[in-house]
Write a protein that binds this ligand. Sequence first.
Ligand code: RP5
Length: 162
Amino acid sequence: MIQVGIIMGSNSDWPVMQHAAQFLQQFGIEYEARVVSAHRTPDLMFEYAETARERGIKAIIAGAGGAAHLPGMVAAKTTVPVLGVPVPSKYLRGEDSLLSIVQMPKGVPVATFAIGEAGAANAALFAVAILACDNPELAQKLAEFRTAQTQTVLAMDLPAAE
Ligand code: RP5
């Protein structure tokens, strides 16, 4: 059963958003990835948001660039947690995307992540953490991932100064 939805405003967002998909795959989470645009397919966006809960979706990772209203508008139409990923934009390097997503007025939250690849990856890890709340096996996998990451950093060597 699909538990996480990854949506994005354009297929041009996929190089960034695929980093979310990769992490979900790594943790064995079933997900779907779709292009849903706030301003170009607004009816689809509403339908997606309105049916997400009844389809069993537990978290929606929504990425968009520029005037990035997709995460906020989806959050307005569902109580499923929405995790917003600011996609780097052509002219403002994603600072516009970040501010559009993060500055939600009080009452309709969007959890906002870093601009770009790190944000997409962390949104997926956050979705895993949400699902792990009532899934001990998944919580264990997440703990093992963190331990492995720690070991990688502890094993880092630095070259001699030149
Ligand atoms: C946004 O406009 C999308 O999320 C994308 O980041 C940006 C550019 O879209 P394209 O012109 O590449 O389709 O809606």
